[in-house]
Each structure stands twice: as structure tokens, then as C-alpha cells.
Design a protein around this ligand. Sequence first.
Ligand code: ADE
Length: 246
Amino acid sequence: MLIAILTLFPEALEPYVGTSILGIAQEKGLATIRLIDFRDFTRDRHRTVDDRPFGGGPGMVLKPEPILDCVEWLERREGPFRRILLTPGGRTFTQGQAREYFREERLLILASRYEGFDERIREELEWDLVSIGDFVLAGGELPALCIAEAVVRLVPGVLGHEQSAEQESFEQRSDPDAVLDHPHYTRPRVWRGREVPDVLLGGNHAAIAAWRLAQSRARTRAARPDLLQRPLPTDLQAAKRRSPSD
Ligand code: ADE
């Protein structure tokens, strides 16, 4: 799979893309991450990528020409891409979307800068407008890495252990209310007086699976009741309203 990240700061992304899971995937030939500086597609002496907003207001707006020229150049070379435009005004990224993107052969991620981009960039091409959460960053570089990593780690052979990607938070399980991952333990068996739960030491796989499922459900209920398929019983909803920080 090919992931192209269009950014004004390729040098900031390069070290991360070359290490971690993204680096491993590339070494194994399972993915290619290309960082493309769309400033290289400007045609003026000052290499201008942004300008003041029509109608006034603070900040600068990304100009349409360099970005569209860059996308068109890339697609002429490689073929069409599934395109993602990063903006806090987009749909919140989920594990389900990561799974959808992982099926694409070519993914293009445009790291916009906040204050924003000229609306005609959005109009001219088909984009998924994607946000990574309800907060505002200075630009789409970190969101681009988040998405690239969430997608690439799903490619078979990237993670050491093939089951790992299936068994963790947000992945489909037998129980729809067990959305968050269960706790994990490793050696030592006792650390600062804290013991690993007995059930994990006994080798009874059915008992271990049942314990993990119960833990997943309890964690989901406590931390993310909004993810439950069934609504909380009304008494629990009332308790939540009384202590919303739980
Ligand atoms: N650019 C700035 N903030 C962002 C966010 N939360 N998600 C995606 N892109 C962004």
C-alpha cells in the first residue's frame, strides 16, 4: 500500500515515519510512506502557499493552486488515490475507518494548516474530511501520522503477532459491549505487593477468556458508556450524571 502525506513539514514527519511500526512496515516492503512538500508546487518566487482570507479575519488560508497541482501530479504518476483532508471540522476518525482505509491501495492524506484551506480545494476533488478528535491542533501533521499508523498496523505481517490487532480496543469481539481492551500483565508475578490475578496463572483458557470479557465490559461501561450497544440501566445513567468525571 502507498500512503502519500502532503505537508509543509516533511522534515518534521520523516524521523517518525522512518522508525516505529511505519518504519518496520516499509523495511518489510509492506507499505510505502511518501512525504511530499506541496510548497514545491508553487510557481512564484516566494513559494507562497497561503494568503489572507477574503472577507477579513485572523490567520492565513491555504491557496488552492499548489495543493491541487501537487495532487494532480501525484495521481498522474501513481493513479487515483483515496483522499483524506484533515480538519477539525471533519468526521471523527475511528477504528472502523482505519479498517476501511487499510483496504485501499493508495491513500493520500493532506495535512492542512489551521486557520484553514480555500474551500475550492474541497470542492474540486472528492475528499473524506477527517478529524482525529474534538480539539484543534496547529495543523494536520500529527493527525496524518495517527491515521497512517492506525492503518499500516493492520496490514498483515506488520505486527509481530497477527492476533494482536484483532484483540484490542475497538475491534469487533464476540460481545458488542466489550469495546475496550482488558488489562494485561507480565512478569514479575508480584510487584510492590501487587499480584497478577490468579485466573491468569491457572492455564484454564475458558476461565481466562471469561475474565477478560468481564473486564472489557466493565472498562467500557466505566470509561465509555457512549460506546455501549445497549443503553445503561436508568439507575446507572442517573449515577453517571451525578459524577460525570467517572
Ligand atoms: N487539524 C487541526 N486540528 C485537527 C484535528 N483535530 N484533526 C484533524 N486535523 C486537524
